[in-house]
Design a protein around this ligand. Structure first.
Ligand SMILES: Cc1cc2nc3c(=O)[nH]c(=O)nc-3n(C[C@H](O)[C@H](O)[C@H](O)COP(=O)(O)OP(=O)(O)OC[C@H]3O[C@@H](n4cnc5c(N)ncnc54)[C@H](O)[C@@H]3O)c2cc1C
Length: 417
């Protein structure tokens, strides 16, 4: 068995690596295990709100990611059936540091966080598939198959950041409460000049048949086009249908090049608890949402950050273990009371079938379009995922500025889309 560490994290995705970096900065010894040979590069999170940017800045990796990605200030909503197109432009808000959204691949976030975590002594081991653990009063032993056969890793605490199908969560016997949506999402990365067709750098396309979320990924012409299809269609042939769907989004143009594509199931689920004994959950392993509105990683990484903050304090002897139960309660509350209603409403609006409701949605979006505060509200909304950081003196205590700025978003009705 390798030397024991304070924490073993399963999963070198963005949440596992940001949590590892935060814990290492708090003085904990950390080992990260991942079953892949390297960080996964499938088409997933690409757009980061200010509530994420402040984490990246505080951890010291924002400048590097800023240099890899690009800043976007324009968000388009398109309702083709009414020939309606609106743009909300983000605005600087006194009291918050960012007036933009950063576009960068989540694999880059994980990689840069990993490089910084390794500099602080975090050991990141790929090719390790975790399949079991044994828990004792004062420690936990994790079992994994590695390149040399069976391996064991001791730690005081185990964090499952191993995605929505989390092995750690299943091994701990924690139920994943909620529901799975009937539709399938297809996320594609494609080279195509969407701006020539009037798309902004980030867009919602609202349509009962052809809903989509379209966003620019880099400055070399790569875009993300994510759309929905009926999950009754055979998943094996999803690639054959991409061309037919592109025909609509790209107005019949054929000058595109598909770079990658993946089908996804959508969930609205959270662990019945995010702490059981010495096992803790973060990221999609803790709670998984449909990605409409980009709240998945946005909220999951804050679950990892709050966890790292309180667990660091427990390891230093500054807090009782009971704070880990409060962590579980608070992060579940944020998921069910903040993330799920917003993501569900976004998904509904994107694919609404009822004509009367679509007309109401149009009026709602028109009102946002003419509201001079829309740009500021767009910037502030995602801060709600931070919730209570649970500890006085925490480095994150002042992270949520929404009660300090001029616009009081808590009093507003409706969503920002
Ligand atoms: C199409 C799409 C678009 C999205 N867009 C956005 C967006 O714009 N903004 C946003 O905030 N969110 C978005 N999301 C959600 C976001 O991608 C997820 O929330 C994010 O990937 C969660 O990160 P994670 O680190 O928790 O898990 P993952 O990224 O799933 O990483 C889990 C890691 O655990 C490893 N692992 C799993 N099992 C084991 C095991 N048994 N042993 C060892 N290792 C294991 C895996 O190899 C993997 O590396 C999107 C999702 C989709 C599907």
């Amino acid at each position: 068995m390798s030397d024991a560490t304070d924490v073993v994290i399963v999963g070198a995705g963005p949440v596992g690596m940001l949590t590892a970096l935060t814990l290492a900065q708090a003085g904990a010894s950390v080992r990260v295990l991942d079953r892949e040979e390297q960080i996964i590069n499938s088409p997933r999170a690409a757009v980061y709100f200010p509530s994420t940017l402040l984490v990246l800045e505080e951890l010291g990796i924002l400048d590097e990611l800023d240099a890899i990605g690009f800043r976007n200030r324009n968000f388009g909503t398109h309702i083709p059936e009414f020939d309606y197109h609106s743009v909300v432009v983000t605005q600087p808000v006194e009291g918050i540091a960012y007036d933009y959204q950063l576009h960068v691949g989540q694999h880059d976030v994980a990689r840069v966080a990993m490089e910084h975590a390794r500099m602080l002594g975090v050991e990141v081991l790929f090719g390790r598939e975790v399949h079991g653990f044994e828990e004792y009063d004062d420690r936990i032993v994790v079992m994994a198959s590695g390149p040399e056969g069976e391996e064991t890793y001791g730690a005081k605490w185990l964090i499952g950041a191993d995605g929505a199908r989390s092995t750690v969560r299943k091994l701990a016997g924690i139920e994943f409460e909620g529901h799975t949506w009937p539709e399938r999402f297809v996320a594609t990365n494609v080279k195509f000049p969407f701006q020539e067709l009037g798309y902004e750098q980030a867009n919602f396309v609202c349509d009962p048949v052809n809903m989509a979320v379209i966003a620019q990924l880099d400055t070399d012409g790569l875009w993300r086009c994510t759309y929905m299809e009926d999950s009754a269609l055979p998943v094996e042939t999803f690639e054959d249908r991409i061309h037919q769907r592109y025909d609509w989004f790209m107005a019949g143009r054929k000058d595109y090049e598909i770079v990658s594509a993946s089908p996804y199931m959508l969930h609205q689920r959270a662990g019945e608890t995010l702490r059981k004994g010495r096992v803790l959950l973060a990221g999609d392993a803790a709670h998984a949402t449909n990605p409409c509105g980009g709240l998945g990683l946005t909220s999951g990484l804050w679950t990892g950050i709050v966890l790292a903050d309180v667990l660091g304090a427990v390891l230093r002897g500054e807090e009782d273990e009971e704070i880990l139960d409060r962590f579980s309660d608070e992060r579940r509350r944020i998921f069910w009371e903040v993330v799920t209603p917003a993501a569900t409403e976004n998904k509904r609006m994107l694919q609404e079938r009822d004509m009367e409701q679509r007309k109401k949605d149009l009026e709602h979006i028109r009102a946002l379009d003419t509201n001079p505060e829309s740009g500021a509200l767009l910037m502030l909304f995602a801060y709600k995922v931070i919730g209570d950081v649970l500890r006085e003196g925490s480095r994150w205590a002042d992270a949520d500025p929404s009660d300090r700025v001029a616009i009081n978003i808590k009093d507003r009705k409706g969503q920002i889309h």
